[in-house]
Design a protein around this ligand. Structure first.
Ligand code: IVH
Length: 724
């Protein structure tokens, strides 16, 4: 992007972000998720970083917080309600620790106190002489809105603080002198308790059910539910919303933190004794490793918790450290919001691919600029059908919001049309099938476009499954089910596409978690080198079985080697690569394209029908395209046929073996390999040219045929002795 394009994009982003900010923070209306909005802000931030000359004072990146609403009385906070820095990974957390150590110029050995990060609305409760006199929202951090009337409807908030018994305070570790101070503040001073007002998942669901029945607008989410309830003028509605409150901070008059209460753990104990709720999940963790396992466990329980949380707030337990570490910019150094990965993000659509399903229906998949959503990089998203594209009014180049929660496949939520530059392209369904080239039509009264070739999907599936099978590329673990899923989701159209599968692609599919994706990528990478004979067999050329593929491979290698000798004489640059045990696909194509049908038919075991099939295959444009794609996607052809170094000359050189039934000590493939390395050949059918038939368990008609023709039949032991 050049500076002119960047400026245009930047202007659009600023307007878009401001629009959602206004709706969200001022009108309590959620027009976009917080995560998607963050994603837009990140893009803006990155652009501004690249072009600092484009930063203006009105940019959303330059703002700290939202302004209080006019309809409420303003309330000035005794001490600012600051915000938190965010961490998204273990390494972010380690960096935080390191920054603090650099700042303190010593190692940080203090314990941490981990709290669930509730997703609601921050509220400050001011108790004078033990009585609730003011409840305020955060506002811009310095001045909030006086929402006392509404907050009083929250049943878990005491209007008068409970006076703890001295005994109770002693039990949680307070000294007599400290207890005296607490009592005097309760009787004659100000105690401020800050925390999060929340709406439980159950209340949210019940309310929405009720609103639906009454045809009232539904609440967008629990956070919205709380904000909308507290920041509105009719306290009756607030009461109906059944909000809850959990405390996370305690300010004792003018005392510095750490003066009366020395740890956050003890502070929570005191707040409980004062009659407020504090989450029972909060816990001390002695070091970062313990913090990480706390975070992991909470992540696993997240779905089942009765309220929404968006991470863990990690605080230094020793409150005496808080004033020492202090505040930097907008947030304190002594705590960190360790957040769960966002489940929505914004990105752009680079392309649409159409895949053909079992029924011939064409499904579009959006190819995205890779983006991290819910902790995984995502590069594609299914769009289900053409109607979906029209419903979203989706165009190539559009900025979209994508969502992925848990292992559910990512989906395009909406298009940010205001961000269009005018260069976006309309999407039209293909007129010919991308798999078979057949005709495509929209069937009357149906949403789907269909490939009219009834066997389109089945043929592709069969071809690819054949390519990955044992005798060919041998992709262990890539069974027909997975191939079908890849094909049906448009991830692959042919076998060559397998070599181009990326982890991000797999994570975009159903039932694909990290580990499974890693396994598949590992299998693919372990199969990047493939023997040329296996490759030819895997191509599924009609009438070309393993034996014919091997005959062709031998011929190709032979010709290329001869060519290489010739080239050597004239000093051709590629002579070396041709002899090095690797074979370029273009050489393979070139050798086969130079063969006439007659040439091929002269080869051993190749009759006119097989010759015609081979001849046609290597001249078909579509086949050639796929062949070249194999190499482009990172497949390397290797040479290890009887002509190569593995082959010995032995008493069996030139002999023809046919295998029938199963052997107990080695597989069919191992037996065939063994035969080949001894310079002998294997064939599928018994003829008068056959030298030996190896008969294993439950051998069938080949055995009878061998008997009939008087061919030597070997049992397993005899065979093993022979090949020893
Ligand atoms: S401590 C310096 N503790 O998260 C700010 N905040 O992203 C003091 N929140 O505005 C906040 N649970 O509303 C703290 N256990 C917790 C919290 C928590 C939720 C909210 C809080 C704050 C926001 C910052």
């Amino acid at each position: 992007m050049n500076i002119i394009e960047a400026k245009k994009r930047l202007e659009k982003l600023k307007i878009e972000i401001d629009y959602h900010r206004y709706n969200y923070h001022v009108l309590d209306r959620e027009t976009i998720s917080a995560a998607a909005l963050d994603s837009l802000k990140n893009e803006l931030f990155a652009l501004e970083n690249e072009y600092p000359e484009l930063i203006t004072s009105d940019s959303p990146t330059q703002r700290v917080a939202g302004a209080p609403l006019d309809k409420f009385e303003k309330a000035k906070h005794s001490r600012p309600m600051i915000s938190l820095f965010d961490a998204f990974s273990e390494s972010d957390m380690r960096d935080w620790k390191e920054r603090n150590e650099n700042y303190l110029e010593r190692n940080l050995t203090e314990e941490y106190y981990c709290e669930l990060k509730l997703d609601g609305l921050a509220i400050s409760l001011n108790y004078k002489f033990g009585k609730l006199i003011l409840a305020a929202t955060r506002g811009d951090g310095k001045v909030g809105e006086n929402v006392t009337m509404n907050v009083k409807t929250i049943q878990s908030i005491p209007l008068v603080l409970r006076k703890p018994e001295e005994k109770e305070l002693l039990e949680v570790g307070f000294l007599k002198s400290e207890i005296k101070e607490v009592f005097s503040l309760l009787e004659g001073g100000v105690i401020e308790i800050r925390g999060e007002a929340i709406m439980t998942k159950k209340v949210f669901a019940d309310l929405n059910k009720k609103y639906l029945a009454e045809s009232r607008p539904a609440l967008a989410n629990t956070r919205n539910g709380v904000a909308g309830s507290i920041r509105q003028l009719d306290s009756k509605i607030t009461a109906e919303r059944k909000l809850d409150f959990y405390a996370y901070d305690l300010l004792l008059g003018d005392f510095e933190r750490g003066e009366i209460v020395d740890t956050k753990e003890k502070s929570d104990a005191l707040v409980r004794l004062l009659g407020l709720k504090v989450l029972a999940d909060n816990a001390v963790c002695k070091d970062l490793d313990n913090v990480f396992s706390f975070f992991k466990k909470v992540g696993e329980r997240r779905e089942k918790l009765p309220f929404e949380i968006d991470g863990v707030v990690v605080k230094i337990n020793n409150l005496k450290m808080w004033p020492v570490l202090g505040i930097v910019g907008k947030a304190p150094r002594y705590m960190m919001a360790y957040k769960f990965p966002a489940e929505q993000a914004t990105t752009t659509i680079n392309d649409i691919v159409w895949q053909v399903g079992r029924t011939g229906a064409l499904t579009p998949t959006a190819i995205l600029e890779p983006v991290n959503v819910g902790g995984a990089t995502i590069s594609r998203s299914t769009l289900h059908n053409f109607d979906e594209i029209e419903r979203l009014d989706l165009r190539l180049g559009d900025t979209i919001i994508i969502e992925r929660s848990g292992d559910v496949i990512p989906k395009v939520i909406s298009v940010l049309k205001n961000l269009r530059s005018g260069k976006e392209k309309k999407i039209i369904p293909p007129s010919v099938c991308p798999m078979c080239g057949g005709k495509v039509e929209q069937i009357k009264d149906e949403v789907a476009y269909r490939c009219l070739n009834k066997s389109c999907f089945a043929v592709s599936l069969r071809q690819i499954t054949h390519f990955v099978s044992k005798g060919a590329a041998n992709f262990d673990g890539l069974g027909p089910k997975l191939i079908e899923q890849f094909l049906a989701s448009g991830l692959i159209k042919d076998a060559a596409d397998i070599y181009n599968i990326k982890k991000a692609d797999l994570l975009s599919l159903e039932r694909f978690a990290e580990k499974k994706a890693d396994n598949v990528i590992e299998v693919i990478n372990s199969r990047r080198e493939l023997d040329v004979a296996r490759f030819i067999y895997g191509l599924g050329i009609r009438h070309v079985g393993e034996e014919t593929a091997m005959t062709l491979a031998e011929m190709i290698i032979h010709e290329i080697m001869e060519g290489a000798q010739l080239s050597k004489k004239v000093g051709a640059a590629n002579a070396k690569t041709q002899l090095s045990g690797f074979l370029k696909i273009e050489h393979l194509i070139s050798v086969l394209q130079h063969k006439t049908e007659e040439d091929l038919a002269k080869m051993e075991d190749i009759g006119p029908i097989v010759a015609e099939s081979i001849y046609t295959f290597w001249r078909d444009e579509k086949n050639l395209e796929v062949l070249k794609k194999f190499e482009k996607n990172g497949l390397i052809l290797t040479i290890s046929t009887p002509q190569s170094k593995n082959t010995k000359t032995s008493a069996l050189t030139g002999k023809i073996f046919v295998l029938t039934g199963s052997l107990s000590s080695l597989t069919r493939d191992e037996a065939k390999d063994k035969i080949r390395t001894l310079g002998a050949k294997t064939k599928e059918s018994v003829t008068k040219d056959t030298d030996y038939v190896v008969a294993g368990e439950s051998s069938g008609s080949k055995y009878d045929k061998a008997k009939e023709l008087g061919i030597t039949i070997l049992d397993e032991d005899e065979f093993l002795k022979m090949i020893k």
